[in-house]
Design a protein around this ligand. Structure first.
Ligand code: ZN
Length: 511
């Protein structure tokens, strides 16, 4: 019988050890961020480099080429005449996505991968020190070297309309600058005036009530309880502490999340739990039967971020969510919150204010932070700006988008780790995630008409089941564009997101 997944069994068997190597590397990375003693860093970097090198070697090996060549023209990636006639969509997608991974890995020469890896490893350490000392000059040579290497990478990636597309595609397959520009323009057009009206509104939420002293263990217990309510399965997951919260998956049966805890502010820990929990539900919901093939993976970083932002913002910052959870929070932190009225708490949680740090930004100003980075990255790749000009360019753009100027580079151009990791072209996936999240959530509300009531009763499992069914279980069977059309009946649009923000903050700030 042709056209079933069994036809591709030799390919699947060949790919499986690559997944095992990657999962082992992920365990080591998770450990590095959670429990590894500080002295282990150097040796750990070598362990990881070896595992990643072996995985890359096997993916780009002649065996992979031979297997793909049975069905595909190795020059174009198109199916050989008649070779895949009558195949089912799963088998076709498996071949299409394996081809994509293979060509992506094959495009860049091995010595380039090593040079980039070494440069980034040094750059990351230099960045951490530069940020601590607020010393951009010491990071400058490292960032300059990375920008040179990323331009070299653009050259390997084959012909693209703009250099940015070559890098963006690594994180968000199929996305292009031409598609992003109108999205960002629409956001800019609506968000900047909306922010201006909010800043000048007489309504001033009392944020200070969130920054009292909140016991660490109680915060963690509360975060854990919310994760359980979301349907995050602790028999296939863990919650640990790390400096920067993240989610990692070794297999759908072992998906781990982390959070950070500050005694002064419970929102950092709780919203990290909810955000990473959204990522975790996606990874736990991926099809285990396709583990080791692209079909067992998520669609893109933007799609992954849509899951975390949907839970964090559309659910975690909503009235229905707190109708159920606020009394529980008040019970947990009785001294701090007993006397705080629901509306004051809700307004404080959703207060909008221009701020310097992206990761602390509210859901309205967040995308302005991304836009600024997107513009700077394009300017760098297209030689419109030199690396040494970035601190000033950053301040200028902050002034024009958010009306504030960071007093230090630590709170400006040095704040994010991404560039030191060589991750140029990554930031737009955060904004795509925000737009997808509201578009998906609106569809969930149409499909489950009493969804707000369910959430207000503490039932988060209906939404989780909807996400499992509509998004998670498909892995990479569909592209991001196909998936969003299938789920919501239309392509990605900023309209849902903008309407959501307009309504929510119009009401909160009485605009
Ligand atoms: Zn995230």
């Amino acid at each position: 019988m042709t056209g079933t997944i069994e036809t591709l069994e030799p390919l699947r068997r060949h790919l499986l050890p690559i997944a095992h190597l990657n999962s082992a590397a992920s365990v080591l990375s998770w450990d590095q961020e959670t429990y590894m003693p500080p002295g282990g860093g150097e040796a750990r970097a070598e362990h990881l480099a070896t595992l990643q090198g072996l995985a890359h070697e096997r993916l780009t090996s002649p065996e992979t080429e031979e297997l793909l060549g049975r069905w595909l023209d190795l020059k174009t990636g198109e199916p050989l005449s008649g070779a895949t006639d009558g195949w089912n969509p799963i088998a076709r997608a498996l071949l299409r996505e394996t081809w994509r991974d293979y060509t992506k890995a094959k495009q860049v020469p091995n010595d380039f991968v090593r040079r980039l890896g070494k440069t980034c490893s040094l750059a990351q350490q230099a960045w951490a020190e530069a940020k601590k000392q607020d010393d951009f000059a010491s990071f400058l040579p490292h960032l300059t070297a990375i920008v040179v290497l990323k331009k070299e990478e653009v050259g390997y990636r084959g012909p693209v309309p703009t250099p940015y597309d070559a890098l963006l595609d690594t994180y968000e397959p199929g996305a292009t600058t031409a598609q992003l520009l109108p999205l960002f323009a629409a956001l800019k057009r609506r968000l900047i005036p909306l922010l201006d009206r909010i800043v000048h509104s007489p309504v001033k939420p009392r944020e200070a009530l969130l920054t009292r002293r909140y016991d660490r263990d109680r915060q963690l217990a509360f975060g854990r309880m919310v994760l359980e309510a979301m349907g995050y399965d602790f028999s296939r997951g863990r919650l640990d502490i790390s400096a920067h919260p993240f989610t990692t998956s070794f297999h759908p049966s072992d998906v781990r999340v982390t959070t950070r805890v500050s005694e002064q502010d419970f929102t950092g820990s709780l919203f990290s739990c909810i955000h990473e929990g959204g990522h975790g539900l996606y990874d736990q919901g991926l099809p285990a039967t396709h583990y080791g093939t692209p079909l067992g993976e998520s669609v893109s970083l933007g799609l992954h971020e849509s899951q975390s932002r949907l839970w964090e913002n559309c659910v975690g910052l909503s009235r229905p969510f707190w109708q159920h959870f606020y009394p529980l929070l008040q019970h947990t932190f009785s001294d701090q919150l007993r006397a705080v009225a629901f509306d004051d708490f809700y307004a404080a949680l959703n207060s909008v204010k221009p701020s310097f740090i992206r990761v602390d930004a509210d859901e309205l100003t967040y995308n302005l932070h991304i836009m600024l980075r997107f513009e700077i990255e394009r300017d760098l790749l297209e030689d419109r700006v030199r690396v040494e000009e970035l601190p000033q360019l950053w301040r200028d753009k902050m002034k024009s988008y958010l009306g504030i100027v960071p007093p230090t580079d630590r709170e400006g151009v040095l704040q994010d780790v991404h560039w030191s990791l060589g991750a140029i072209g990554y930031f737009p996936t955060y904004t795509l995630g925000n737009l997808y999240s509201v578009q998906f959530f609106n569809q969930a509300r149409r499909d489950i008409p009493d969804l707000p009531d369910r959430i207000a009763r503490g039932d988060l499992l209906s939404l989780k089941a909807w996400l499992n069914e509509r998004i998670h279980k498909w892995g990479r069977l569909y592209t991001a564009d196909e998936l969003v059309r299938r789920v919501t009946g239309e392509p990605l649009t900023p309209d849902h997101f903008l309407t959501y923000l307009g309504n929510k903050y119009g009401e909160l700030y009485k605009l």
